[in-house]
Design a protein around this ligand. Structure first.
Ligand code: SIN
Length: 337
C-alpha cells in the first residue's frame, strides 16, 4: 500500500513539476539553445548543470541567445536524444556514456566494473590527453563533445538484501542500454533488462525488475530508494556524461556569440563538476535520513564483487583497446602523488 501511495505521489510530483519548468520565450533573432535531459532539474549534477548554464546564458546573452531546458525525458529520452541532436532539434545533450555503444565501442571503457577507485581518479583520467581525446570519437557523426560532466559511482539497490554478489543470484536488474552492464549482471548469476531511465521507477514499483544500479543522485532524486528494500554501497561502476553539440550548429554561430557561449559553458561545467561529489554525498545522506537502508561493505565483501565482475573486462578488451584500459587504470595509481 505504501508503495502505491508513494508511486502516485511521485507521478503527481513529476506531472505537477513540469509546468514549473515551463520554458522562457525566446525573442526573435536570438539563437535558441535547447538542452534535453532525463533527470530532475534540481539536486542532481546534470539537472543543476543544465539549469545553471541556462541561467547564465539567459542573463548574459540576452538578445543574442536564449536557452531552454527540458528535464525529466519531457522531450526525448537518452536513446532518442542523439538522433534529435543530429537532426538539429536540440543543441545540447548529455547522455550517460553507457548509452553510446550504438555509436562507438570506446565509451564502453567507462562501464568496466571497478575500473576507477574514486571520482578523483575519474577526473585525472578524463582531464588527461587520452581522456580528452575521447571527446572527439563522435565527430564522425557530426557531433562535438564539449566536456565531461560527472555524476558519481554507481551502487546496487534491490528488493533483497545484497551484501555479496551471490545474494543477487536469480534476481532481475534494470540496466542502461549497455552490453557491459548486461555482462556484469550476468556474471552475478542474475539477469539484466535494458530499460529507459523514465521507466525505471515504475518497473521497480511494479516488480518488473527486482533491482537496479545507479548513482546516489539518481537513486535519491528519482526516488528509487522508496521502492527498494535497500541500497548496497558497491561503487562498482561510473555514471558520467559527455555534453554534446552538433558541429554544424556550433560552426554556424557568429564568432562572438560562439566564444561567449563556450566561455560560459566551460565555467559552468567546471562549477558543476566541482559540486558533483558534494551533491552525491548529500543525496546519499538524504536517503539515510529518510530512514532507508544503506549497506556498507567490508573489504572482504567488496573483494567478492571485484572478483565476480572484474573478469567481464576480458570480454570487451579487444574492442575498447588494451592501451586505453591501461591509461584509465593508471589514473588510480597516481592517487596521492
Ligand atoms: C542519467 O543519469 O542520465 C540516467 C542514467 C540511467 O539511465 O540510469
Amino acid at each position: 500500500m505504501r508503495r502505491a501511495i508513494v508511486a502516485v505521489i511521485f507521478a503527481l510530483g513529476v506531472v505537477f513539476a513540469i509546468p514549473a519548468f515551463a520554458q522562457i520565450d525566446c525573442k526573435p533573432g536570438e539563437v535558441v539553445i535547447k538542452f534535453s535531459h532525463v533527470v530532475p532539474p534540481r539536486g542532481h549534477p546534470k539537472g543543476d548543470f543544465a539549469r545553471m548554464l541556462a541561467e547564465r546564458v539567459n542573463a548574459e546573452m540576452n538578445g543574442k541567445a536564449c536557452m531552454q531546458v527540458f528535464p525529466f525525458s519531457q522531450l526525448y529520452d537518452d536513446e532518442k536524444v542523439m538522433e534529435a541532436l543530429l537532426l538539429g532539434d536540440v543543441q545540447l545533450a548529455a547522455p550517460s556514456l553507457s548509452k553510446l555503444e550504438v555509436y562507438t565501442n570506446k565509451f564502453r571503457l567507462f562501464d568496466l566494473p571497478f575500473l576507477f577507485d574514486d571520482m578523483d581518479a575519474v577526473q585525472r583520467f578524463t582531464s588527461s590527453e587520452t581522456g580528452q581525446g575521447l571527446l572527439d570519437v563522435m565527430s564522425e557523426f557530426g557531433v562535438v563533445g564539449l566536456g565531461y560532466l560527472y555524476d558519481g559511482l554507481k551502487h546496487f539497490s534491490a528488493e533483497e538484501p545484497l551484501l555479496v554478489p551471490s545474494d543477487g543470484e536469480g534476481l532481475k536488474f534494470r540496466v542502461q542500454n549497455s552490453d557491459v552492464a548486461v555482462a556484469m549482471i550476468e556474471a552475478m548469476g542474475a539477469s539484466a533488462q535494458k530499460l529507459a531511465f523514465k521507466e525505471v521507477y515504475g518497473a521497480l514499483q511494479l516488480g518488473v525488475v527486482d533491482g537496479q544500479e545507479n548513482s546516489w543522485s539518481n537513486i535519491f532524486t528519482s526516488r528509487f530508494f522508496e521502492v527498494q528494500e535497500g541500497i548496497t554501497e558497491t561503487g562498482h561502476q561510473l555514471l558520467a556524461y559527455v555534453v554534446f553539440t552538433p558541429e554544424e550548429w556550433l560552426e554556424s554561430l557568429e564568432t562572438g556569440v560562439r566564444e561567449q557561449f563556450l566561455t560560459i559553458f566551460r565555467e559552468t561545467l567546471a562549477k558543476a563538476n566541482r559540486q558533483a561529489v558534494k551533491t552525491s554525498e548529500k543525496n546519499r545522506q538524504r536517503i539515510i535520513d529518510a530512514g532507508y537502508t544503506v549497506r556498507e561493505l567490508t573489504p572482504e565483501q567488496r573483494q567478492q564483487w571485484v572478483d565476480v565482475m572484474r573478469p567481464v573486462w576480458g570480454q570487451f578488451e579487444d574492442e575498447i583497446g588494451k592501451d586505453l584500459i591501461e591509461a584509465a587504470e593508471a589514473a588510480n595509481e597516481t592517487h596521492g602523488n
